[in-house]
Design a protein around this ligand. Structure first.
Ligand code: IPE
Ligand code: IPE
Ligand code: MG
Length: 254
């Protein structure tokens, strides 16, 4: 899409109602590669540009939190060659982008079973997270070796341990307690969830956190995702009425 058309979309976005947190299930790298007669990993490599587009687009319109599903617990079951290539790509991308992240005041964050990542990968990630910790413009969270059921299981285990130790009264457990024991305890819930590649499913992503998120699906394959698509999703989101269980009349009166 011409730059002008992307700018026109951006200009139509109402800045006061931009979602604070946008989450994206980046899907379709393998199919993109197949379409281009390339190996799957070429699709993943081409998805890096889309990450940059999503991040700069989100920053430009004032999104404060961008969360990207980069590697699921279930993705460990892919062929070893693909898993290794994805881990290498992660390290390379973080190293390549760190200056850019600093210049744009991006705070890097990660959620998931980070202990399961290869040592080099974990070390690069920890360094980047530490060196961007004071950045304030936008928080970029990578979900790595993440799945919602893994996260919820871990949350139950830690709450149970506190109850057993006598530091938590079971009667006092409420929604806040649950939220505080999830990996996302320091991040607001996403208002908008995007999934690319035409799949209409959540694939074990942020199940608790998306309770009231607006969902936006696009057939665009992740390596073809550009700012324009993010802006389209935000515009669509702004045209929706978020009722949170109330009636439309109650919403418009308030
Ligand atoms: C998303 O693209 C990236 C990861 C899950 C790591 P896929 O690799 O799932 O691409 P498709 O779904 O096979 O096209
Ligand atoms: C979801 O994509 C996980 C990520 C985007 C990292 P998948 O391609 O793994 O999801 P399924 O298997 O099609 O549900
Ligand atoms: Mg997929």
């Amino acid at each position: 899409m011409a730059e002008q058309a992307t700018d026109d979309l951006k200009a139509r976005i109402e800045r006061a109602r931009v979602p604070e947190h946008v989450a994206i299930i980046m899907d379709g790298n393998g199919r993109w590669a197949q379409l281009h007669g390339e190996h799957r990993i070429v699709g993943h490599a081409n998805g890096v540009r889309s990450v940059r587009e999503a991040l700069t687009g989100a920053t430009e319109i004032g999104v404060r939190y961008l969360t990207l599903y980069a590697f699921s617990t279930e993705n460990w079951n892919r062929p070893k060659e693909e898993v290794d290539a994805l881990m290498d790509l992660l390290v390379k991308t973080v190293v390549d982008e760190i200056t850019e992240l600093q210049e744009n005041s991006v705070r890097l964050n990660a959620i998931g079973d980070l202990d399961s990542l290869p040592t080099a990968c974990r070390a690069t990630l920890d360094d980047a997270i530490a060196s961007t910790a004071k950045n304030e413009r936008i928080t970029l969270t990578l979900a790595l070796s993440y799945s919602s059921r893994w996260e919820i299981t871990r949350m139950v285990r830690s709450i149970a341990a506190e109850v057993k130790a006598g530091t938590l009264d079971p009667e006092k457990i409420d929604e806040r307690t649950v939220a505080q024991h999830l990996c996302t305890h320091n991040i607001p819930d996403p208002e908008l969830l995007i999934r690319t590649s035409g799949e209409l499913r959540i694939s074990n992503f942020l199940l608790w956190q998306i309770a009231y998120a607006e969902l936006w699906f696009t057939p665009v394959l992740w390596p073809d995702f550009r700012k324009q698509h993010l802006f389209e999703a935000v515009l669509d989101y702004q045209g929706r009425e978020r009722r949170f269980g109330k009636t439309s009349e109650q919403i418009t009166a308030s």
